[in-house]
Design a protein around this ligand. Structure first.
Ligand code: ZN
Length: 331
């Protein structure tokens, strides 16, 4: 009798309980559904998703970062999205966007992938990384290797797949006494105009900024490129990047030019690199642009419109519990 009960208990422990967990863990549940419109409130959204996680106090770091990345994506491109669903699968949360065009994007920790790319999602890089606001740069990685490319389907969705489609969305305007063409969608060109207006204002009072402005020789923005055969494309082909080249051209503007004569180009000292005034960088960042001069693979002439990355950096900076980003705080 006892033996029979023990046997049953044994079967139960070995087969029934694991089977139950396996079945229940595979089930996908829709936890929350959000309509994204102009009333979208990021504070409420973050609070809601934090509560959804079931943690009463502090969330694990990875989870907090996930929430910040998601919030940054939604707030930065909310005019492009229609809804976001937060689902739970295998105990992990996933967010799924629908765009106003009717496309579906899986958030996938910031990789922003179409459903067909989800089967091999790990080969792509996230759109998100920790961009350092203020005066700091991205430090040297443990191993020097080229990052795997992001999947550009999301930028294609934002700005157009083909060159003619992208060109149609460019705005032509005059700034810094130059004719410029820049992406009109997602407020990219309107923010760039604000950047230059503020730089011009700063130049009247600040000698360093004035000097930088007077020293500009060329400005390059949009590059027409047949992007269909290019794996890793430049953000210039979307019209959301700008290169500002000074008269006194130096090899120390771009890591790739330094590599021609210095194989260990990453050992170039900060003081050898071409200077851009902190004030200029700060103005660009305030309007959603990041500066390539902070990258480990430095590109000092390059600025690009990445409001989601700036937003993510601000959320990390303002999080009182997040110690990992203390180095990025402004002095
Ligand atoms: Zn560039």
């Amino acid at each position: 009798m006892i033996f029979k009960i023990l046997k049953r208990l044994f079967i139960y422990l070995i087969f029934v309980i694991p089977a139950f967990f396996t079945l229940s863990s595979n089930k996908k549940t829709i936890e929350k559904f959000y309509l994204i419109d102009n009333t979208f409130d990021e504070t409420m959204f973050m609070k809601d998703i934090k509560e959804l996680s079931g943690f009463k106090k502090k969330l694990p770091k990875k989870r907090t970062e996930w929430i910040y990345k998601l919030t940054a994506a939604v707030t930065s491109y909310k005019s492009h999205f229609r809804t976001v669903n937060v689902i739970k699968r295998n105990y992990k949360y996933e967010a799924i966007f629908t765009t106003k065009k009717g496309e579906i994007f899986y958030f996938s920790d910031g990789r922003l992938l179409l459903p067909e790319d989800m089967t091999n999602d790990k080969i792509y890089r996230s759109y998100f990384y920790k961009y350092p606001l203020g005066t700091k740069s991205i430090s040297k990685p443990k191993k020097i290797e080229f990052p795997v490319p992001v999947n550009f389907a999301f930028f294609d969705s934002l700005y157009g797949i083909y060159p003619d489609e992208r060109e149609n969305n460019l705005e032509i305007f005059y700034s810094l006494n130059r004719k410029l063409r820049f992406q009109n969608l997602q407020n990219a060109s309107s923010n760039l105009k604000k950047v230059f207006k503020e730089i011009e204002r700063a130049a009247t009072k600040d000698y360093e900024v004035r000097n930088w402005v007077n020293n500009i020789q060329y400005v390059y923005t949009y590059i027409n490129r047949d992007v269909r055969n290019i794996k890793s494309q430049s953000l210039h082909s979307y019209g959301i990047a700008i290169d500002i080249l000074p008269y006194n051209r130096s090899k120390y503007l771009y890591w790739y030019w330094v590599e021609e004569f210095k194989k260990d180009w990453w050992n170039v000292k900060e003081e050898e690199k071409v200077k851009v005034p902190n004030k200029v960088v700060e103005i660009f960042e305030n309007y959603g642009f990041l500066w390539g001069g902070k990258w480990f693979f430095f590109d000092i002439m390059h600025f690009e419109y990445r409001p989601e990355l700036i937003k993510y950096a601000q959320l990390l900076r303002d999080d009182p519990l997040n110690k990992s980003v203390e180095i990025n705080k402004k002095e």
